[in-house]
Design a protein around this ligand. Structure first.
Ligand code: UD1
Ligand code: UDP
Length: 375
């Protein structure tokens, strides 16, 4: 079609799929674009959960995931696999999101072909290349050559400009995660059965305060994961709480959690939840304990305190607003901060405020308009 831009959106993991489906929906409904989707399936099962609920049907599926994949094999396969798709599709723009291996390789493969890259969720920086690892470097690589930087907040926009990125290419769009969360919340409201699968756990844990947990960061493998498991074991020893923990499919996470937490009465180690059920879990939870990026954005938006089991965060907005708190991966500290929220009503009330520095639910449309303006 003449006068239309050919956009290829590339993603491969659960969080990228969640944060990009609103954009794929918006592009598909806009006659200014011919929109294609390439999934790498860096994640297989967890990606498919999001494709299913969002209705996104990929044009290309590289099906790359290998069990316990290494960063070098993954990177090599991504780069060559995506390169072939770009040679076939020859898009006018490539869109990537965040800081995964898929995002970095998608952007790099485009750069090698002089195809401009739009980076969604640009400018997040922890200032530490080892936390999160390897994401801090992945996003810096993309930031060094993207032609359009869609920064979720003013803080992330400033971080890019401090790195000498051309300010004309940096735009504050908000984070598409809020678009996704609003979309899924509306779907659940229209069709509650979409998120009704936790009913048995809700009955089993009635009367207890639920703590929702996720963890998966590579830099926490080994000692960090064991400390997180120990903290959960100690927290779950209280009779007034229950833990619901959808365990990431990464074997480095599952082996530790199975070994240390399986069989505890008030800990439910469950399979990864699809997005509606995870949104429901946040809603049910008294607080969230997580090392996830996305959950740091979603929990404050839903008014839930979030204790971040990481040494640094590239999302200072939640911490500054008082709805998120960095607690690291020391078991004593995680337990102490959790008990403080369980036992100190004022401390809890100060954190449990719906607060949304990350977006207003219209980020995808802003990004679409920015792409359209670039012709
Ligand atoms: C990846 C991203 C990380 C992101 C996270 C979101 C990189 C380097 N890391 O980390 O930035 O925060 O996804 O969850 O890009 N697995 C499955 N099925 C799945 C998904 C994973 O079995 O659906 C298992 C596989 O054994 C796989 C392993 O998990 O090899 C690791 O997956 P990988 O994408 O390399 O790392 P994550 O830790 O998931
Ligand atoms: N999520 C989900 N099911 C789960 C756990 C998380 O749908 O069982 C969603 C969550 O709502 C968030 C995203 O997955 O949008 C976060 O993914 P993850 O923590 O794996 O990656 P990160 O955000 O740290 O890159």
């Amino acid at each position: 079609m003449q006068g239309t831009q050919r956009i290829l959106t590339i993603f491969g993991t659960r969080p990228e799929a969640i944060k990009l489906f609103p954009l794929v929906h918006a592009l598909a409904g806009d006659s200014r674009f011919v929109s294609g989707v390439c999934v790498t399936a860096q994640h297989r099962g967890m990606l498919d959960q999001v494709l299913q609920i969002s209705g996104v049907v990929p044009d290309h599926d590289l099906d790359l995931m290998q069990p316990d994949q290494t960063l070098d094999t993954l990177t090599a396969n991504l780069l060559t696999g995506i390169g072939k798709v770009l040679d076939q599709e020859k898009p006018d723009w490539v869109v990537v999101q965040g800081d995964t291996a898929t995002a970095m390789c998608g952007a790099l493969a485009a750069y090698y072909r002089k195809i401009p890259v739009a980076h969604v969720e640009a400018g997040l920086r922890s200032g530490n290349i080892h936390h999160p690892w390897p994401e801090e470097v992945n996003r810096k690589i993309i930031g060094s050559f993207a032609a359009l930087h869609c920064a979720p907040t003013e803080t992330s926009a400033r971080a890019l400009i401090a790195e000498n990125v051309d300010p004309a290419t940096v735009h504050v769009t908000g984070n598409t995660v809020i678009d996704a969360l609003q979309w899924i919340t509306a779907r659940i409201a229209a069709d509650p059965v979409l998120a009704s699968g936790l009913a048995d756990l809700e009955t089993r844990f009635a009367g207890r305060r639920i703590i929702g947990v996720t963890s998966h960061r590579r830099e926490n493998f080994g000692e960090g994961m064991r400390a997180i498991a120990e903290a959960i074991r100690r927290i779950a020893a209280r009779p007034d709480v229950a833990v619901i923990y959808p365990v990431h499919l990464n074997p480095n996470v599952r082996s530790v959690m199975q070994e240390q937490l399986a069989g505890l009465d008030n800990v439910a180690l469950i399979e990864p939840l699809d997005y509606p059920h995870f949104a429901r879990l946040i809603g049910l939870s008294y607080l969230m304990l997580t090392d996830s990026g996305g959950v740091q954005e979603e929990a404050p938006a839903l008014g839930k305190p979030v204790l971040v089991m990481r040494e640094t965060t590239e999302r200072p907005e939640g911490v500054e607003a008082g709805t998120a708190r960095l607690v690291g991966t020391d078991a004593d500290r995680i337990v102490a901060e959790t008990f403080r929220l369980l036992d100190d009503e004022a401390a809890y009330a100060a954190m449990a405020r719906a607060h949304n520095p990350f977006g207003d639910g219209h980020s995808a449309q802003r990004i679409v308009d920015l792409l359209a303006a670039r012709g």
